[in-house]
Design a protein around this ligand. Structure first.
Ligand code: CU
Length: 66
């Protein structure tokens, strides 16, 4: 599981855009956004870079948190 910090994700609309971007990269991914901490947890089998790039394409600034 990956956890990304997405500081520019501020509302429910952002959350659903980010979730959609993640599912575009991996239709089988499950994503859980936490708006309070501005993070998204992603359960996926594909590389974090691919997920990250897709979130970035949607207009957000993800960083992988360790
Ligand atoms: Cu928003």
């Amino acid at each position: 599981m990956y956890k990304f910090e997405v500081p520019d994700m501020t509302c429910g609309h952002c959350a659903s855009t980010v979730e959609k971007a993640i599912r575009m990269a991996d239709p089988n991914a499950s994503a859980k956004v936490d708006l309070d901490s501005k993070t998204v947890s992603v359960e996926t089998k594909i590389a974090s870079e691919v997920i990250s790039a897709s979130i970035a394409d949607a207009g957000y600034t993800p960083s992988l948190s360790k």
